[in-house]
Every structure is written in structure tokens, then in C-alpha cells.
Design a binder for this molecule. Structure first.
Ligand code: G3P
Length: 212
């Protein structure tokens, strides 16, 4: 399973750029960083070869396609994030015909994911944390999407998004999701285990004791 970082922070991306497989941003994350959107994207895209998702703000198909074409010019590894609406699906169809990669975002059901795949989306992003927040089961939705895609051989890849904790990543991997996009804090936690730290300390102490 590929691991993307869900952040627009250049500092966070730089720290893990050689280990992660891609980056996803959204307007909330970009707004936190300030400055020019295009410049920030250019900086992020230069840090790693993997896909970097950047979201359009327009709600109309024409505006989305226009924004997407502009963003796609920033770098070769840009993927255009399009919200899951009817206007969005028309934009995805158009962009897919132009060879521009898309990531359909704000997906909360398997029927939405089915439309994204039918329209030729490169990626689809079910928001598991936000589903769980409303007492739903985000991972069940991911499971359904994977089954639906498997049934019809859709090549749209599933990015598990709105990841809140390590357990979401474990479950994504167990279900066979293509990608999990994780906040920096969760990305760091994926490496950690207290017994690893304790084990390193004990090995070094034993080495010192025996070898002076
Ligand atoms: O980037 C989209 C998604 O991962 C947002 O997560 O935590 O705001 O629901 P969250």
C-alpha cells in the first residue's frame, strides 16, 4: 500500500519526502500555509516525484476545468482534486479525456465512488474519519468501494482519506486499499513502537557492558 502525506506544509513534506509516495492537499490545508497557491504547489511538487493533489475552488464544470488546466501546468506530478458533484463529474470526464489526472474528493458512499470511476477518475478519496464522526463506518464504505471496483475492473485507485489514527491505516492495508493519505502526526506514529525504542536501548547497554 502506498502512503501519501495529507498536508500542505513544505516542512513536513521535506522531512519525509524520500519515504512517502505522494501528497494530498485541500483548500483548508493550503489556507493554513498562506502565500501563493501556485508557488506553494511548485515547491511541494519539486520535493518528490509522486503525485501531488491540488483542489479546484470553482463549483461549475467550466470553472473547474479552467482551474484544473492552470494547476496542471505547475508540474508533471499534479493531480487535480475535484469535489463529488454532478458538475464535478462532468469536469472529471473532460479532464480524463485531456489526459489530466484527477482525484475525486469528498466521497462518502460507494455510489459516489462508482460515479467517479465511471467518469474516469484516476483516484477516489473516501473520507473515513468524517464518516466515523457521524457514527457511520468509514472502513465499511472503503470495503464496499473496493468490492464494486473489483466487480467491474475499474482502475480508479482508492485513497483512504480523512485518516485520524493508525488503526485507519491498518484497516486500509487489511482491506487492500491502494493508498492511505495520512496527516504528519499519523505518518510519524506508523514508524513508532515503544518496544523498538526499549529494544535499541537494551541492545546498546548490553554491548557497552560486555565490550566496555
Ligand atoms: O485531505 C482530505 C482529508 O484527508 C481531510 O481530512 O481530517 O479534515 O477530515 P479531515
Amino acid at each position: 500500500m502506498r502512503i501519501f502525506l495529507d498536508t500542505a506544509s513544505v516542512q513536513e513534506i521535506r522531512e519525509l519526502a524520500d519515504l512517502i509516495d505522494g501528497v494530498t492537499t485541500n483548500p483548508s490545508l493550503v489556507a493554513k500555509e498562506g502565500g501563493s497557491f501556485q508557488e506553494l504547489l511548485g515547491e511541494i511538487c519539486a520535493l518528490l516525484p509522486g503525485p501531488v493533489s491540488a483542489e479546484v475552488l470553482s463549483l461549475e464544470t467550466e470553472g473547474m476545468v479552467r482551474e484544473a488546466r492552470e494547476l496542471a501546468r505547475v508540474a508533471d506530478n499534479i493531480v487535480i482534486k475535484i469535489p463529488m458533484t454532478i458538475a464535478g463529474m462532468r469536469a472529471v470526464k473532460q479532464l480524463s479525456a485531456e489526459g489530466i489526472d484527477t482525484n475525486v474528493t469528498l466521497v462518502f458512499s460507494s455510489t459516489q465512488a462508482l460515479w467517479a470511476a465511471k467518469c474516469g477518475a484516476t483516484y477516489v478519496s473516501p473520507f473515513v474519519g468524517r464518516i466515523d464522526d457521524r457514527a457511520g463506518n468509514g472502513m465499511e464504505v472503503v470495503d464496499d468501494i473496493l468490492e464494486v471496483y473489483g466487480n467491474y475492473g475499474y482502475t480508479t485507485e482508492v485513497i483512504v482519506a480523512s485518516v485520524r489514527h493508525v488503526r485507519h491505516v491498518v484497516e486500509s492495508a487489511l482491506l487492500g486499499a491502494d493508498i492511505a493519505t495520512v496527516p504528519y502526526k499519523v505518518a510519524r506514529q506508523l514508524f513508532d513502537h515503544p518496544l523498538t525504542d526499549e529494544g535499541i536501548e537494551r541492545f546498546l547497554k548490553d554491548w557497552e557492558k560486555a565490550r566496555g
